[in-house]
Design a protein around this ligand. Structure first.
Ligand SMILES: [Zn+2]
Length: 142
């Protein structure tokens, strides 16, 4: 198969890349109590219902729950960057990097509105030459 024909791959399995469609995040919603989780699971950790999870498309909008500014990490990763946890509208809580804002506490506000954006995962490729799509958070207007 030719290099150029390869589609980018999602960095995590809950990031969906439909053919010809917009990327989106997928969660698991409990049919009994409506709780939403990220990642595959058979049973609801909130109400304990068995085999009641179904895939649901998550919102691209949310608010910043908590963040930390990372100054030291693995070699080759640019610092500082902002590691954030975001509560998505309609349910689901997700960790990721907050981009397009200065990594200083003065510029970041808990509860600030953010949106999910999808981008190439920092240009990294694996040994087979696959590129990856990741999700990021960025501030959005209120
Ligand atoms: Zn439940």
């Amino acid at each position: 198969m030719a290099e150029a024909a390869k589609k980018p791959l999602p960095v995590v399995d809950f990031l969906k890349l439909p053919d010809g469609g917009e990327p989106y995040l997928e969660g698991q919603k409990c049919k009994q109590c409506g709780a939403i989780f990220i990642g595959e699971r058979a049973h609801c950790s909130k109400c304990g219902a068995r085999d009641s999870m179904q895939a649901t498309r998550l919102s691209n909008r949310g608010s910043l729950y908590v963040f930390s500014i990372v100054y030291r990490t693995f070699p080759g990763i640019e610092v500082p960057y902002i590691s954030a946890v975001v509560d998505l509208e309609g349910g689901g809580t997700l960790k990721g990097n907050l981009i397009n804002v200065d990594p200083t506490p003065e510029k970041i506000e808990l509860g600030m509105p953010v949106e999910v954006v999808f981008k190439d995962a920092l240009g990294r490729k694996d040994r087979e030459g696959n590129s990856y799509v990741s999700y990021f958070f960025q501030p959005r207007a209120k």
